[in-house]
Design a protein. Sequence first.
Length: 94
Amino acid sequence: MVERFSDDEPGYAAWLAAHPDGFVFNHFGGHHAAYNVIHQASCRHLHRAVDSGRRTVIEKLVSTDLRELTSRVNQVRGLGAWKFCNGCCEGGER
C-alpha cells in the first residue's frame, strides 16, 4: 500500500517510526528528476534537523513495498522523471 503525506508532520513521523525499513518518495514536482527522489526511510537526507516540523511541506509518498512505490511514482511522474537516492539506494537502485 502506498500512503501520501502532505502537511501532516505527525502522521509522517508516525509512519517513519513504524516502518524504518520502508521507502519514501520526496515529490517536489517540476521537471527535474534530481529533486524527485526515492529514499530508504532511514536515509540521512530525510532526517535533517533543519527540516524539522516542515518535512511534509514537500509531498511524501511512502510504502514498505519498493515495487509498489516505484509503480505509483511512475504513474505520478512518468518514467525518467525521478531517481533513486545515490546516498541510500546502493548506487542509485535497490
